[in-house]
Design a binder for this molecule. Structure first.
Ligand SMILES: [Fe+2]
Length: 124
């Protein structure tokens, strides 16, 4: 088995815009403004299972969701199946003007590994 075939090897992401069901169920979707001002807070939403429903039960669920801006860590939420939905709404701020980095959301499914979704954001 290659790393690409092993769901727990590395970080998985959609291979193209024509996503498989596995990719739709696991790719985090980031909702945030296209452009923000440095140092001003804004709302960001990260959700998994938005493109296609994913189970949220003891045997199969998302364990955590993280948000990064490039390689800068922003937040991590730990989740419990049934009690917490894999949807995070948070106020964040980015402090340095940039247009080269993306927001990167990571989410870990207990059966299908770590998945990444990205969104371009310009910080003025
Ligand atoms: Fe899963």
């Amino acid at each position: 088995m290659t790393c690409e075939e092993d769901l727990f090897c590395g970080i998985k992401s959609a291979k193209s815009e024509d996503m498989t069901d596995l990719e739709k169920k696991h790719t985090p979707v980031i909702d945030a403004p296209e452009t923000v001002k440095a140092g001003e807070s804004f709302e960001v939403t990260v959700e998994v299972g938005k493109l296609m429903a994913h189970p949220n039960e003891e045997g199969h669920h998302f364990q955590w969701i993280e948000l990064w801006h490039g390689d800068t860590f922003i937040f991590r939420y730990d989740l419990t199946p049934v009690f917490s939905e894999p949807k995070i709404v948070a106020e964040i701020k980015l402090t340095h003007p940039h247009d080269e980095f993306e927001l990167r959301a990571l989410a870990r499914c207990n059966l299908h590994g770590v998945w990444e979704g990205r969104k371009k954001i310009r910080v003025e």
